[in-house]
Ligand binder design. Structure first.
Ligand SMILES: [Zn+2]
Length: 359
């Protein structure tokens, strides 16, 4: 199953942000100085012919696309994109991966009831989350990234599913999964394995089992943010040793990301971040794209660029896409990352909007 199919299960989505906007004047100042870069997420299709790839990637480059995040190690796709001048990053599923269930079932996360993702995955059978506390998991991911970045046709690593399982789904999905998540329910709250309990005790001096309401413990929450951040920053060190870039696809705003998936992405050491600002998933309009970008840019405070992740199928018209793009750029996005196959109209609009001055 690739990301496109996975999205149909609706498991990328969260709740809308309530954090204040960045001041418009400073956003404009930032826009004038920045260098815009744009990306496309690609699930490589082996049926693509060499000629098709040549034409497609040339058209993307001409429209102002900087690079591609490619979901599988298809050397042909990577080399075809590079030949057209695009940067090529390998798009990697980070903590959600099933290949270790047979060999290392103990590496998988356990929920507050003690059930493991290895044999009782939450929501859908494809949710197989590794425990970020385990040194073996970190080493395994470091090895994966090293192997990927050793390849000469790969310019960078793009992390996805770099978080915990969703502890709360958006309200519009509750009926679909027949659950009421008005609070953090134990079966979706991770990870409570022995390693997590021991490391939390070591760092905070508290037995997790002595906390009456662990879901309300700020220290326990912080422990989990830092757990993901530690692994990301280690992978970042590897990327930079290879003199290659590291980026990540993350939940749409810093507040939503921390609250529902324990993802503290504004504190990561990245070269860029692509928040998935998929407005339709959140039942929001295109105005919210600007609001979400403003929040992310505010909390990043210039640490690294933010590329607004846009879900092309969510736009009802070309005009709406143009509006969404303008909202992202005028609120400080350093470009966009497109999910879906961009039409020529979309490419034309992108080229037009990124080449005109932003006011
Ligand atoms: Zn654990």
């Amino acid at each position: 199953m690739n990301k496109r199919e996975f999205l149909k299960a609706g498991l990328l989505v969260g709740l809308a942000s309530q954090v204040p906007l960045k001041g418009e004047a400073s956003a404009i100042a930032f826009n004038k100085k920045r260098k815009v870069k744009n990306w496309v997420w690609v699930s490589p299709n082996q049926k693509d012919t060499d000629d098709e790839l040549k034409i497609r990637y040339a058209a993307w480059k001409a429209a102002g696309i900087t690079g591609v995040f490619i979901e599988a190690d298809s050397e042909r796709h990577f080399r075809a994109a590079k030949a057209r001048g695009l940067a090529t990053h390998r798009w990697m599923w980070t903590f959600n991966r099933a290949e270790l269930i047979g060999t290392h079932p103990d590496w998988y996360s356990k929920n507050r009831n003690g059930d493991s993702c290895a044999d009782k995955p939450p929501y859908v059978k494809h949710y197989r989350w590794l425990c970020p506390s385990r040194p073996e998991v970190q080493q395994y991911l470091e090895q994966q990234v090293t192997e990927i970045l050793n390849k000469d046709y790969i310019d960078g690593i793009h992390l996805d599913y770099v978080r915990y399982c969703d502890v709360i789904l958006p309200v519009n999905l509750w009926a679909k999964y027949n659950i009421e998540q008005t609070k953090e329910l134990p079966e979706y709250d991770f990870c409570y394995c022995d390693v997590c309990r021991a490391k939390f005790k070591e760092q905070y001096g508290i037995e997790l089992s002595d906390i009456q309401y662990p879901e309300a413990s700020l220290s326990w929450r912080l422990y989990r943010y830092n757990n993901v951040s530690r692994v990301v920053n280690s992978l970042s060190g590897i990327a930079h040793q290879h003199k290659k870039a590291i980026t990540a696809a993350v939940f749409p705003t810093p507040e939503v990301a921390r609250r529902i998936v324990r993802q503290d992405w504004t504190n990561w050491k990245l070269d860029g971040v692509c928040p998935m600002i998929y407005h339709g998933f959140y039942k929001e309009g295109v105005r919210w794209i600007g609001d979400a970008v403003a929040e992310g840019v505010h909390f990043l405070a210039g640490a690294f660029p933010l590329y607004a992740g846009l879900y092309l199928s969510d736009f009802k018209s070309d005009d709406e896409f143009r509006q969404g793009l303008q909202n992202a750029l005028k609120n400080g996005a350093a470009g966009v990352s497109l999910f879906g196959n961009p039409s020529q109209q979309v490419l034309d609009i992108l080229k037009e909007e990124i080449t005109k001055p932003i006011i």
